[in-house]
Design a protein around this ligand. Structure first.
Ligand code: SAH
Length: 395
């Protein structure tokens, strides 16, 4: 990797980097040397010149995302060993395995690669870049993927949707970096089948982070009437039916999502009379459903993407949870989630308490839910824990 410049930190500002926190904020920077632009690799040094590592430069509040720490310089083939190490972590968790052939291969900071997401769908790697640096390096990343998988690799798709918005449209187009199309593509997750369409679908095409929670939902679904709101591809619905639910209703405001959920039910060859889809806003749907469901899943999109919208997001989670708590049958179970990074576990928990007070229901916590092991969180970067959930029992 070519390193094109040098960032010198202010005195007293290197502590977090020495502890492997991967972000350097603009306020910590003393000087910038060299001909650098968004996406350049830069060397980072302490005020006295001592090397701290290297990373991707990008104008903005987070000015450098660290990729190496200490004295070592990035090798020309930086990405291959990094991706191989991350794959080793997944294989030690039996991913891919007999029952599951899709998983998150690279989880940004959690894998020491800030800005990079790679999801693996049985032979197809789908890349997302959340930084200029990863966008600029996308071809090198594709090459590393090819090296690791060899003949097992069908294609590498670059999904530009989440690439920083200030790049021009032509610079941020979706493209195959290797191989050709082939959507929709069928993957297996805990032996359930799903269509994945990375070209048209949301994010990389499928939400891999709910794999373990879908399994837990299955354990509570036998003989039950289950409502899966914000269902997208119908992940929770498929698990509930497979586990023997009596009735499953899937709700999403997007017609496209509902069409995918319906196709996934067909794909698993379930008795279709068990399942019904509704294209509807969840808040509207819940209004007149008193005492109809034993199990309800609430898995909304991130209500807050930034800190300044956190208050409004909390109000949204509170209302959603209170609405579900009001209507669920006595003895029912709610699986409630938040994937907003700025709403931490404690705040989410407190919000659920407010919802229970509002709904006037007695509620017990059965389980704390989180993201699975292919979405690792660096101990030094707790911000990486974004998925929080609770399994609640309502008396
Ligand atoms: N539970 C899903 C992922 C949910 S993603 C899974 O396991 O894969 C969030 C979904 O919420 C999206 O499909 C989006 O279309 C839908 N959505 C957003 N706002 C909504 C609303 N107000 N009512 C219903 N669905 C909504």
């Amino acid at each position: 990797m070519d390193v094109s410049g040098k960032i010198t930190l202010k005195k007293g500002k290197s502590f977090s980097i020495e502890r492997f926190h991967p972000w350097i904020f603009s306020g910590a920077i003393q000087r910038i040397d060299g001909n650098i632009h968004d996406g350049s690799w830069v060397e980072v040094v302490q005020h006295n010149g001592k090397p701290l590592g290297t990373g991707h430069f990008q104008e903005g509040s987070i000015t450098v995302r660290m990729l190496t720490f200490g004295e070592s310089r990035p090798a020309p083939d930086f990405y291959t060993p990094k991706l191989a190490a991350a794959l080793l972590l997944r294989t030690s968790a039996h991913l891919p395995g007999e029952l599951t052939n899709c998983f998150r291969w690279i989880h940004a900071e959690g894998d020491g690669l800030p800005g990079l997401i790679v999801d693996w769908y049985n032979g197809v790697a789908v890349i997302q870049a959340h930084s200029h640096g990863m966008h600029a390096d996308r071809k090198k990343i594709a090459l590393a993927i090819k090296k690791i998988w060899g003949a097992h690799l069908k294609s590498v798709y670059y999904k530009a949707q989440s690439t920083p918005a200030h790049l021009s449209q032509t610079e941020r187009e979706d493209e195959y970096l290797f191989g050709l199309g082939g959507v929709p593509h069928v993957v297996r997750e805990n032996n359930n089948k799903f269509y994945v369409d990375w070209e048209e679908g949301q994010k990389t095409g499928f939400f891999l982070d709910q794999r373990e929670n879908r399994k837990i939902l299955g354990e509570f679904s036998k003989g039950k009437k289950v409502l899966n709101t914000f269902c997208y591809t119908g992940g929770f619905s498929v698990y509930a039916i497979a586990a023997g639910a009596d009735i499953v209703h899937s709700v999403d405001s997007s017609e496209k999502a509902i069409a995918v959920a319906r196709k996934n039910i067909e794909l698993n060859m379930f008795d279709e009379s068990v399942h019904k889809c509704y294209t509807s806003d969840t808040f509207d749907f819940l209004k007149d459903k008193q005492n109809q469901y034993d199990v309800i899943v609430l898995d909304p999109p991130a209500f807050a993407k930034k800190r300044d919208s956190r208050h409004r997001a909390v109000k949204g989670y509170q209302r959603l949870n209170a609405d579900a708590m009001r209507i669920i049958r006595p003895g029912g179970i709610i699986f409630t989630f938040s994937c907003s990074q700025v709403v931490d576990r404690k705040l989410f928990y407190d919000t659920v308490i407010s919802a229970a007070i509002q709904a006037q229901r007695q509620v017990k916590v059965l389980q704390h839910l989180s993201q699975p092991s292919d979405h690792p969180v660096s101990l030094f970067h707790p911000e990486g824990e974004y998925l929080k959930g609770l399994a609640l029992y309502l008396e």
